[in-house]
Design a protein around this ligand. Structure first.
Ligand SMILES: Cc1cc2nc3c(=O)[nH]c(=O)nc-3n(C[C@H](O)[C@H](O)[C@H](O)COP(=O)(O)OP(=O)(O)OC[C@H]3O[C@@H](n4cnc5c(N)ncnc54)[C@H](O)[C@@H]3O)c2cc1C
Length: 439
């Protein structure tokens, strides 16, 4: 295949690698340019003080069909790579525990069984929760007009207690945006596919390997076997087009098309200067971002939680993961704090100390951690607010495509928050666009 037919993919995160695999599977040769040493972008393995960690503790759900399909395609054994837990929500709150577990019933009865059997909320709350969710289902999970989640919950008669125990942890984990400003329509898209989806769509999948190993690296190995290239430590600074094709950094190579799969805040710097891209520039400028902090604490090896993952409400900590039960790192906890809060400006020592104090209070830990680190992703995801004008995959320039968690496809129902599944779906859609297929 002549070099001009190759397709350049800029960015080796989940979206870029999904685009690369999809194109290579369709017989195209691709070249991925990743600026960092490691593949994975916002979901990557990191080495800290000799420990192999993630830049942030992520989870997948059973409804992530595109990502699970791609993992299988590049040879990842799901059973080995992921710990699968049935749809479960468990929260420690200052007023007692909340627990919801889906019984082994067919969908959608399993979700109704989970709601009816929930512990830690009264019957009044169970019925108002069921009424709201079933009402949304009857309306096809479509709102006439998007609005902040909190408004939708209050209009739907959800009590403050139900919001604190059920909705708050779910919404902040799924959309990484506070309830006051998060999009109710995008929450409904997620609920439709998870809680109200198939029997295993709401399963929680926690990776046993780091996020570079989960998909991007096996994808790179699979691509290499098929004559495609993945170049790490290859930061691209500019792209331009001439009669021979697309050119990166004024180099000699030419490409038939470019898929720009960098994080949204990096896109504008790479776009060629032309008024045709002004609308896109405006959409990118309208995005705001939310942080996620992951606090790693190493306790004595015999310290463990009752479950691999548990929520904590009413304080700083949101989700606590016992990496001893997940990754075979006994006593290592990862505590996730999503979205902006007062703690976002604290230094790492203060944050780790306060998180430890909360763990003592909730789990009765006796000794302080032997080691702790905080990874602060300041622009972890775009803020998923109502009616956000997000760009699509196509651009106004022929042969220039966008892929990333911030783009939206043709179908309004498929609009997702910033997630791994949103990223890989976007990568696949961009790949389909490059070869002229509608998906
Ligand atoms: C801490 C944290 C926790 C999260 N938790 C979850 C979760 O539990 N579940 C979930 O589904 N999602 C979660 N997310 C969101 C998820 O990680 C992202 O939606 C997804 O990884 C975005 O992938 P992407 O490929 O669109 O972008 P990115 O991952 O940002 O990939 C872009 C890539 O482009 C590279 N790049 C940038 N500029 C250049 C350049 N000029 N030249 C070459 N390369 C360049 C970057 O290095 C990067 O590798 C979380 C995110 C964070 C940060």
């Amino acid at each position: 295949m002549p070099a001009e037919q190759r397709i350049a993919i800029i960015g080796g995160g989940y979206a870029g690698m999904a685009a690369a695999v999809t194109l290579a599977a369709g017989g195209r040769r691709v070249c991925v340019f990743e600026g960092a040493k490691m593949l994975g972008g916002r979901a990557r393995g990191v080495e800290l003080d000799g420990r192999r960690l993630d830049n942030g503790q992520h989870i997948l759900i059973g409804a992530y069909r595109t990502l699970l399909g791609l993992m299988q395609q590049v040879g990842v054994d799901e059973a080995q790579a992921l710990l699968r837990l049935p749809l479960t929500l468990q929260q420690r709150t200052p007023h007692g525990d909340f627990r919801m577990v889906a019984p082994e019933w067919p969908a959608p009865l399993h979700s109704l069984g989970a709601l009816l059997g929930a512990q830690g909320i009264g019957w009044g709350d169970k019925f108002s929760l069921m009424k709201l969710v079933l009402g949304a289902q009857l309306a096809g999970f479509r709102l006439g007009r998007d609005m902040p989640v909190l408004d939708w919950l209050q209009q739907g008669g959800q009590s403050p207690q139900l919001i604190e125990r059920f909705w708050q942890p779910l919404v902040v984990a799924a959309l990484n945006t506070p309830l006051e400003t998060a999009s109710a329509q995008i929450l409904l898209n997620v609920l439709r596919d998870s809680l109200m989806g198939g029997r295993h769509d709401g399963d929680l999948l926690i990776p046993r390997v780091d996020f570079t190993e989960l998909f991007p690296q096996p994808a790179a190995d699979w691509l290499a076997d098929r004559g495609s290239e993945v170049r790490t430590s290859s930061l691209v600074r500019s792209i331009a087009r001439d009669e021979a094709g697309w050119q990166l950094d004024a180099g000699d190579e030419r490409f038939a098309a470019v898929v720009l799969a960098v994080s949204p805040q990096r896109v504008a710097d790479l776009l060629p200067e032309t008024a045709a891209l002004d609308t896109l520039r405006g959409q990118l400028a309208a995005l705001h971002y939310q942080p996620i902090q992951t606090v790693y604490l190493q306790y004595e090896p015999d310290v463990r939680l009752e479950t691999p993952m548990i929520g904590v409400a009413g304080g700083l900590c949101q989700w606590v993961f016992d990496r001893g039960q997940i990754h075979g790192s006994p006593g290592l906890f990862a505590v996730v704090l999503s979205a902006r809060g007062d703690y976002s400006d604290w230094d790492a020592v203060k944050l780790a100390q306060r998180v430890h104090e909360e763990l003592v209070q909730h789990f009765g830990l006796r000794k302080p951690p032997q080691w702790s680190r905080v990874i602060h992703e300041k622009r972890a995801t775009f803020a998923c607010t109502p009616d956000l004008p997000r760009p699509g995959n196509a651009t106004a320039l022929p042969g220039l495509w966008l892929a990333g968690d911030y783009t939206v496809g043709e179908q309004p129902d498929s609009v997702y928050p910033a997630t791994l599944e949103g990223a890989v779906r976007s990568g696949c859609a961009a790949a389909a666009g490059v070869v002229g297929l509608a998906i």
